[in-house]
Write a protein that binds this ligand. Structure first.
Ligand SMILES: C[S@@+](CC[C@H](N)C(=O)[O-])C[C@H]1O[C@@H](n2cnc3c(N)ncnc32)[C@H](O)[C@@H]1O
Length: 209
């Protein structure tokens, strides 16, 4: 028996809570046209929500997990949006992402739930494929100057590290340093609900690539 596509859709309740505040920022920062690559798309609920609202952009989701790529494809189908490409298998630690240009890269709630090498790979890849003037947006909790921004983030950090010592809330200074090493300049830091941030990095527009 064939499983109806809708049954492959998985749910991450946090996406329902954070998508509107994230949308408000995306309306300010995303380019008018071009390709938006999402890294670690998870269930695909974010891309299925955002893509129809930005019809002049091409949305390219990705995830290393095959079950999640099924979920992303199912959410994309159900959205009816014609501007979502089939999900790519991207593990940021590899240097072949199967895409060689993007005008924006979005990544939500990935770099603290993965080893630091995943963040390094993300910034290396962004430095490699972003078009001049292109942006990388990171959403999630961050430490600032070595300190947590809220007790709840500190507890979350401890719980992450107890699950896997290579995980943990990253310090904005470390991420910014790694971005700079890959030719990316920090453009803005936007405070979001629940003690999260959106951090935007840009590839300078004079950068010939
Ligand atoms: C907590 S989920 C976040 C999903 C989604 N962005 C969201 O906000 O709901 C973390 C995601 O990172 C993905 N991920 C794990 N390791 C990765 C890697 N090496 N490269 C890219 N993505 C990775 C996981 O498969 C998962 O989809």
């Amino acid at each position: 028996m064939q499983v109806p596509p809708a049954d492959r859709r998985r749910h991450a309740p946090a996406t329902q809570r954070n998508r509107e505040p994230i949308l408000a920022v995306f309306r300010d920062i995303l380019p008018a046209d071009g390709t938006v690559l999402e890294i670690g798309s998870g269930t695909g609920e974010h891309v299925a929500f955002f893509a129809p609202l930005f019809p002049s952009l091409v949305w390219q989701p990705s995830d290393p997990d095959p079950g999640l790529r099924d979920s992303i494809a199912a959410w994309a189908d159900a959205s009816g949006a014609g501007n979502i490409r089939p999900p790519l298998e991207i593990d940021t630690r590899t240097d072949d992402w199967g895409i060689d240009r993007a005008d924006a890269i979005l990544c939500a709630n990935v770099i603290h739930i993965t080893p630091w090498a995943v963040c390094e790979g993300l910034l290396r890849g962004a430095g490699r494929i972003l078009t001049p003037g292109g942006l990388l947006s990171l959403y999630g909790p961050f430490k600032r100057d070595g300190r947590h921004t809220a007790p709840s983030n500190e507890q979350f950090d401890m719980s992450l590290r107890s699950q896997d010592p290579s995980w943990g809330v990253r310090d904005l200074t470390d991420v910014t340093g790694e971005a700079a090493a890959n030719g990316l300049v920090r453009d803005s830091v936007i405070e979001m609900p629940s003690n999260n941030l959106i951090v935007v990095f840009k590839r300078p527009s004079g950068d010939a690539g």
